[in-house]
Design a protein around this ligand. Structure first.
Ligand SMILES: Nc1ncnc2c1ncn2[C@@H]1O[C@H](COP(=O)(O)OP(=O)(O)O)[C@@H](O)[C@H]1O
Ligand SMILES: [Mg+2]
Length: 590
């Protein structure tokens, strides 16, 4: 079933491109001040660029024409100073813009991450993790250049074109019109090409997403694949996806590449037109040589920005589908929402009570029926039981990823459906086998736990969970860039980072749902110690396959058949010789 979902293209609604664009650029508005500064810098540099041809015209027609050596040198110095100044300003502007677009990306990614956490698990049930990751990582990254160029290319180039048109027409109407004569031809060409290419880029992104999903599943399930000797079959599937991916790229890029040549041809035609008219006008004495040379510069200043704009447009068409996919997730409504008049859950101690809780998924029979228990603040509860018994269901109900059908769950006496989800989940740390790592530094990844955490708090958290030492052994310590999805780190190391992230958020209630089941033996000991620190002083629910990891729990609940069959400490339960004893012996024999 999962394999099938990988091969399936995702359906993306054909919302209007303009809406998506406006929404994307609205993020930039949060950086108004910087952007205004960038625009001022650009206005200055554009002005210098526009003045340059006038300097040359003056040099040729006035100073050289009159053999005025001193005047020429003075003019030269003015030109050089202006242009050096311009280069410095361009550097500054590029730095500012890169920073803004990076900040926007981080914002979008945080929004996505936070939103995905509110979506409830039904969202994850219906799509492969790889596809979700593809949106978090690739689609967000693809917006980087679009955002930066929207300010540094779009606005100044549009302004430059307008200014050049005004100057050219003011200087000489006939030459000006000749310089722009190929515009209608260009319009037709560009329209044709763009029409073809948007659809193709959309297809390409879908194929990329399919491949990501496949790789993610395949890599995380590698052991299973190998143990079932299914390598050949998976290999064939991969080849197939790869070919589809490649073909769709090939197809899309063919049209995208056509923008440049269309404009190049028009540019060439317009230049020929302009020089022809120019030579005729010089013959008639209407124009001087310097002016024609200046027009040679202006025609480039008119067509080059057009070329830039078309490249930008191309980039937009290529990447806008990434934005569409991001907004689609952001627009998926949370299934569980705050009740009318929900209150903030005050700072909790961590007492958890289930009172006669019954729950079932959809139309299925009860997974839990009439479950009641009470957990004291600071207690560690281990949940054990066969697969499908309802262990995850219990913790998912506690964090309100689903709502109970009858009974009540309370934290410190507050029924959880009467408080805001934000105030509830912000006091809980939930860790599963899946932990998202983002491209960004180690420090940034830990900070996702609590955005206002200081650097010291981050280091402290990492130390507490035993992650500090391995982080320091990385090339740049806390500033090491994490590659896509944490490639280059072992599963255990990734887990340690996720622990540190949870630790930074200082949750009162901690949920570990099989968080340690795929850890390599190398880091197991470290992780084990990290967990011990995390558990200290917190209410915790630990679900683990390996019974050895839960020996120290205050109480163990054996879950099966819709409820708690046995509970007690490990020693008590072994002495009981009941279900836990059976589970224990079964694992011991393995
Ligand atoms: N999202 C879901 N939709 C429908 N049924 C589900 C869903 N999640 C779990 N179940 C079913 O609920 C039962 C308990 O699942 P779960 O709590 O995940 O068990 P455990 O964590 O103990 O392995 C299982 O029969 C499982 O098939
Ligand atoms: Mg489970």
């Amino acid at each position: 079933m999962a394999r099938n979902a990988t091969k399936q293209d995702e359906q993306i609604s054909d919302k209007t491109k303009r809406e998506t664009l406006l929404r994307l650029f609205r993020y930039l508005l949060q950086y108004k001040k910087t952007i205004v500064l960038v625009l001022v810098l650009m206005a200055f540099t554009t002005a210098v660029a526009l003045i340059n041809p006038l300097l040359i015209e003056r040099a040729i027609d006035v100073h050289i024409g009159n053999r005025d050596k001193e005047g020429l040198i003075r003019l030269g110095i003015v030109g050089i100073v202006l242009n050096i100044f311009m280069i410095l300003l361009i550097k500054w502007r590029m730095y500012l813009m890169a920073k803004v677009s990076n900040d926007v990306l981080v914002k979008i990614r945080q929004e996505l991450y936070e939103h995905i956490q509110t979506l409830g698990f039904a969202f994850f049930d219906s799509r492969p993790t790889g596809k979700i990751l593809a949106r978090l990582m690739g689609d967000v990254n693809s917006l980087k250049d679009v955002l930066a160029n929207s300010v540094t290319t779009f606005i100044p180039d549009a302004v430059t074109i307008l200014a050049v048109v005004v100057i050219m027409i003011a200087k000489n109407v006939k030459l000006g019109l000749a310089s722009m004569s190929a515009i209608p031809l260009m319009a037709v060409g560009v329209w044709y090409v763009q029409n073809k290419s948007h659809k193709r880029w959309q297809i390409f992104r879908k194929k990329t997403s399919n491949m990501n999903a496949f790789l993610h599943e395949d890599v995380s399930g590698m052991r299973i694949i190998q143990s079932f000797h299914a390598e050949d079959e998976t290999g064939a599937t991969f080849d197939d996806l790869l070919k589809q991916h490649y073909d769709s790229f090939d197809d899309a890029v063919r049209y995208a590449d056509a923008f440049g040549p269309v404009i190049d041809i028009c540019w060439g035609l317009a230049a020929m037109m302009m020089y022809w008219v120019g030579v005729v006008l010089i013959g008639k004495g209407e124009v001087q040589v310097g002016a024609l040379i200046a027009f040679g510069s202006y025609i480039a200043m008119f067509w080059q920005p057009l070329m830039n704009l078309s490249n930008f447009y191309n980039q937009l068409v290529t990447n806008i589908t990434g934005a569409e996919r991001i907004f689609e997730i952001l627009d998926t409504p949370a299934e569980i929402t705050d009740a009318e008049g929900a209150k903030e859950l005050p700072k909790i101690k961590g007492r958890v009570t289930f009172e006669h809780v019954s729950f079932h998924y959809d139309e299925d029979p009860d997974v839990l029926s009439d479950v009641s228990f009470e957990v004291e603040p600071g207690e560690t509860i281990a949940l054990v039981g066969p697969t499908g018994a309802g262990k995850s269901t219990i913790v998912n109900l506690l964090s309100r990823f689903y709502d109970v059908q009858s009974g009540e769950i309370c934290i410190d006496g507050h029924p959880i459906h009467e408080v805001t989800i934000e105030s509830l989940r912000s006091q809980m740390g939930i860790m599963t086998q899946e932990n998202f790592l983002f491209s960004g530094t180690v420090k940034e990844n830990i900070r996702y736990g609590r955005l206002d955490a200081t650097d010291e708090e981050i280091v402290e958290a990492a130390k507490a969970v035993n992650a500090h030492e391995f982080i320091m052994s990385l090339e740049k310590g806390y500033d090491t860039e994490i590659k896509e999805r944490g490639a280059g780190l072992s599963i255990g190391q990734r887990q340690l980072l996720a622990f540190a992230r949870t630790m930074v958020s200082q949750p009162r209630i901690l949920i570990l749902d099989e968080a340690t089941s795929s850890i390599d033996t190398h880091t197991e000991l470290l992780v084990q110690k990290g967990i011990e620190t995390m558990l200290r002083g917190r209410t915790a629910f630990v679900i683990a396959h390996r019974l050895s990891t839960i020996q120290n729990a205050d109480r163990i609940f054996v879950i099966d058949k819709g409820g708690i069959l046995e509970q007690g400490s490990a020693r008590e339960l072994l002495a009981l010789k009941g279900e836990y004893y059976k589970l224990y012996m079964a694992q011991f024999e393995e």
